[in-house]
Write a protein that binds this ligand. Structure first.
Ligand code: TYD
Ligand code: MG
Length: 453
């Protein structure tokens, strides 16, 4: 391709097209193709690179002592954040934190920066969105004005790279990657080409001088701002920061991590003085007290490495329309359809002309199949208007044949239930006899429904 020819880049998925089109053939989004000038990728092969060879290293440590030289993780002191990173930030790693605008990414990272700086790490916070005075103001409202963080308001990538080369930091926060601008790329600020080039340069710097870089990426559903998806494959870890509107709870979820597990979550609560860590999230997702109304059931789930108790609420109401509504919050609608079908065909419990609503309390999302039984029992409880036994948790997967399957880490789930004052559990028959709470085991869903209602 000629060096100056035009290309069309989808601002949502980063697909490159030769011709403009209304719809991107890569992701199916409309009106996302934007003309950008083609330029060689940064760091492309230059003539002077010819003839150079790479040095190959042995996997083994050369001496026994050097085994102690494995880089230790930098612990920032914000435990919920450190855990999602896999036990702290690995030196020289690049992390992307993605989330909707306003969810609290800047707040979280300012707290991470301040805590890390108070632990004697050398930290820089570079913002392209706020002026230094604004960041200072926010920090003082959050009681962090004593932390020795280096602040800068800068958007020019070249200036940032130059400063970071001159003064070496342990941790650099870039807020946000969409505000950076590289003069090596002829494309608008925030476009896919700019975001990709800037992130690429920052990741290279991170590896080269062992500086950890955390980048903020805004996500927009409309795809108007370059989605951070184009950056995902470049970085070592992608954390998404989520929160439902109207709830103070925020969940930090690892979606990619080269240095740790990806199913870990960190829970925070947004308050007047910034984000507060929630080390025991069960109490948060349980709703009010242990008094259960009909349609409510408590799921003993596992989020990452932790057991968490979550209240699941169902409502069944006569439908005013020809096609009854099936609405879910925090639950997969396909899985709800499956549970309703199993209840209908295996247990004879029909929801035919009724509207069905299923809601997970606290803005959490349940994606574990172990939640099936809990949703099914909440639905039957709502339909029959009979509450489930008090002080009981529910977990188990339902198969299409209507059997209840046992799920992993049953003991951890039961222990969490005991810790929070629950005395029994409804689950698969096969769950261990010497469980810490009384277990009501069932082999099939129809047995559970007839046994409980
Ligand atoms: P912010 O971190 O600026 O979001 P992002 O960087 O993801 O766009 O957070 C903005 C929201 O957080 C804003 O709606 C106000 C709220 N907030 C508080 O409730 N308490 C606080 O102490 C702070 C700093 C922000
Ligand atoms: Mg921000």
């Amino acid at each position: 391709m000629a060096r100056d020819s035009a290309i069309y880049v989808c601002q949502s998925c980063g697909n490159v097209h030769n011709k403009w089109a209304g719809q991107c053939s890569g992701c199916g989004q409309w009106n996302t193709l934007v003309q950008e000038a083609f330029s060689a990728p940064p760091g492309g092969l230059k003539p002077e690179a010819a003839g150079k060879i790479s040095r190959l290293n042995k996997l083994q440590f050369e001496t026994l002592e050097s085994e102690d030289a494995i880089p230790v993780r930098m612990v920032t002191g914000i435990e919920e954040f450190d855990r999602v990173c896999g036990g702290g930030v690995v030196p020289g790693s690049a992390i992307l934190i993605a989330g909707d605008p306003g969810v609290g990414k800047s707040t979280l990272l300012l707290q991470v920066a301040a805590n890390a700086a108070l632990k004697n790490l050398k930290v820089a916070y570079i913002s392209g969105e706020e002026a230094v005075e604004q960041i200072r103001g926010r920090a003082s409202r959050m009681g962090l004005s004593k932390a020795p963080v280096n602040l800068a308001a800068e958007t020019a990538l070249r200036t940032i790279l130059e400063s970071l080369k001159r003064e070496k930091f342990d941790l650099v926060i870039i807020d946000s990657i969409q505000t950076l601008w590289s003069d090596a790329v002829e494309a608008a600020q925030g476009s896919v080409s700019q975001v990709r080039a800037c992130a690429g340069e920052l990741v290279r710097l991170a590896k080269k001088q062992s500086t950890s870089i955390i980048m903020v990426g805004h996500v927009t559903k409309e795809g108007q701002i370059a989605g951070p998806r184009v950056v995902e494959h470049m970085v070592d870890a992608v954390l998404s920061f989520e929160g439902e509107r109207g709830y103070p709870f925020r969940i930090l979820r690892g979606t990619k991590n080269r240095f740790g597990a990806t199913d870990e979550i960190g829970v925070f609560e947004m308050g007047d003085a910034g984000l507060r860590e929630v080390p025991n999230p069960s109490a948060l997702f349980l709703g009010d007290g242990h008094e259960r109304a009909s349609g409510s059931a408590v799921f003993a789930g596992i989020e990452g490495s932790r057991p968490v108790l979550i209240e699941v609420q169902a409502l069944v109401a006569p439908s005013a329309y020809g096609t009854p509504r099936r609405a879910v919050v925090g639950w997969d609608s396909g899985r709800l359809a499956m549970i309703l079908a199993v209840l209908e065909s295996r247990c004879g419990v029909g929801f035919g002309q009724k509207d069905v609503y299923l809601n997970v309390a606290g803005g959490l999302r349940i994606s574990e199949p172990a939640g099936d039984l809990c949703a099914a029992l909440a639905l039957v409880s709502a339909l029959t208007d009979q509450p489930l036994p008090r002080d009981c948790v529910v977990f188990g997967e339902i198969s299409l044949s209507g059997d209840i399957r046992s799920v992993s880490r049953a003991e951890g789930r039961l222990k969490e239930a005991l810790k929070l004052g629950f005395s029994s559990a409804v689950t698969a028959q096969s769950v261990a006899e010497n469980a810490p709470v009384q277990v009501r085991g069932y082999t099939t869903l129809v047995d559970a429904v007839t046994g409980l209602f």
